[in-house]
Design a binder for this molecule. Structure first.
Ligand code: GDG
Length: 465
């Protein structure tokens, strides 16, 4: 049986590498992309190409890992233009509908292309005949074009992890043509939900005059299949962790600390798209309009540091720090504190304990490609109780229909839904939770990977399936 490998390409790799006297140490990085792709590449094997230090190749056999790591070094100018500039200050806000935060700068676009060329060059060095090159996310949109220019015969798949906005918005990107042309150099492009795929198709038709036939776009003599599949989690892994005795012990500790109050949980990277400020406003509204709930609920808000070198993110953090202080100052009574806020990194085991301890999870992004936290919360509910409150603007809302949906821009709406969640009978909680668990378990990360790898365009070169 011929073994065909995956060449995964993403901005960040799955590990930070530390070279110590005792050898190389790996530390897992945080974020949705890595969480979801890691179990997949561990299973299929191959090479993961990303930006990272120290630059170089790290064979998996030496670790041991089932795949190799290849880190690309970037100069400070490249990092500034490509990552902090074009990716974080233009594409991220654009795709999340924050047009007011978008900053277009031609020199950043030049750097973006330069870095994408570096990535393509490494992929060409790594790829063997029959390997599937799988490019991830908006940082690397120009890579497919450069691979085709080098006449690669490898299949190229792209997965877009964030929302793809309406054509009307995307058309504001000054470099929309080369950007879209490159994406259409792929054999297959995947999005989480149909709405994003439809937006992409419409944009390609409007900007490039591409033709849409069946489930594919035709442009420049190429055919690119477009599919929508929401990424899955390692359901069994999360559920197992949730059932462990160490988690049990942690959950008891958390409940004890909170004196039997109902725990409402928020978990996210520090990011303005995640709706943390809006959630705090809703909490303040709730405590003001429902004084009977004071002392009986606590919002546990965990925030993981992210992109702290971007000013917009530093500013958001200051705003959140200030709001938490103000709300706690206003409502605390010496024993009870309405918001328990932690700003740091958490281990996956710690997160699962919080998920298990929480009576309610508030997943209320203003806009989100999918949102894995929602799925992790559901997978951790070993007693099948608990209530998930979900923003209607998260991709995952299209999949987890039994959650309580909310408009995160409305404090009144959020407060009302929290009250509804607090009053929901256990029977109803279980019915909803069970339905969501069944779906997430079925549509886990292996399902998702196979949905891609079993597409005809991927199978043609694969000899091992
Ligand atoms: C992008 C898209 C899409 C969080 N803090 C810590 C930590 N996490 C983990 C969570 C979860 C992941 O990071 C976050 O995933 P999300 O999906 O919620 O969000 P993004 O990072 O914005 O991900 C998103 C995703 O890509 C996948 O396509 O769903 O829409 O924006 O798994 O558990 N993990 C650890 N420590 C932390 O402190 N270990």
């Amino acid at each position: 049986m011929s073994v065909q490998r995956l060449i995964i390409m993403s901005n960040r790799g799955p590990y930070h590498i530390h070279v110590t006297k005792q050898g190389i140490k790996r530390e897992k990085t945080v974020g949705g992309l890595v969480t979801s792709i890691l179990p997949m590449v561990e299973r299929w094997g191959g090479v993961w190409i990303s930006w990272g230090e120290p630059e170089g190749r790290y064979p998996g056999s030496a670790k041991p890992l089932n795949f190799d790591l290849h880190y690309i070094g970037l100069t400070p100018e490249e990092l500034q233009g490509y990552y902090l500039g074009l990716a974080n200050n233009a594409l991220w806000p654009l795709c999340h509908y924050f047009l007011g935060r978008v900053h277009y700068d031609n020199s950043q676009w030049q750097m973006y292309q330069q870095v994408n060329r570096k990535f393509a060059k490494v992929a060409l060095e790594e790829a063997q005949a029959g390997d599937l090159i799988w490019v991830h996310d908006y940082h690397l949109a120009c890579v497919p074009q450069y691979l085709r220019e080098a006449q690669t015969s490898n299949r190229i798949v792209f997965f877009w992890h964030i929302p793809f906005p309406a054509a009307e918005l995307f058309r504001t990107l000054p470099w929309r043509r080369p950007f879209l042309e490159s994406l259409l150099a792929c054999d297959l492009i995947g999005f989480h939900v149909p709405e994003f795929a439809e937006n992409f198709i419409e944009t390609a038709i409007e900007v490039l005059d591409a033709q849409f036939k069946g489930s594919s776009l035709e442009y420049g003599g190429r055919t690119t299949q477009i599919i929508a599949r929401p990424i899955g989690i390692d359901y069994v892994g999360v559920a197992k962790q949730a059932q462990s005795s160490i988690t049990e012990k942690r959950v008891r500790g958390l409940r004890k600390t909170l004196n039997g109050q109902k725990i409402i949980l928020g978990v996210e990277r520090m990011d303005y798209t995640k709706g943390i400020v809006e959630r705090l406003q809703a909490m303040e509204y709730l405590l003001e309009h429902h004084p009977e709930l004071r002392r009986s609920i606590t919002l546990v808000q965990l925030v993981t540091p992210s992109r702290a070198d971007v000013e917009a993110y530093r500013q958001r953090k200051r705003e959140i720090d200030e709001m938490v202080g103000r709300i706690n100052g206003r409502f605390s009574d010496g024993i009870w504190v309405p918001i328990r806020y932690q700003y740091r990194s958490f281990s996956p085991a710690e997160l699962v304990a919080y998920y298990r301890a929480a009576d309610i999870a508030l997943v209320t992004p203003l806009r989100d490609g999918l949102n894995l936290v929602a799925k992790e919360y559901v997978a951790s509910r070993t007693q099948t109780d608990g209530v998930l409150i979900l923003s209607e603007f998260a991709g995952v809302a299209r999949q987890l229909l039994e959650a309580l949906m909310v408009n995160p821009y409305s404090s009144e709406d959020m407060a009302g839904i929290i009250v509804q969640a607090l009053q929901m009978p256990k029977d109803e909680q279980r019915k909803r939770m069970q339905a969501m668990q069944d779906r997430i378990k079925r549509e886990d990360i292996n399902w998702w990977a196979e949905e891609f790898l079993n597409q005809k365009v991927c199978l043609e070169d694969r000899k091992d399936l």
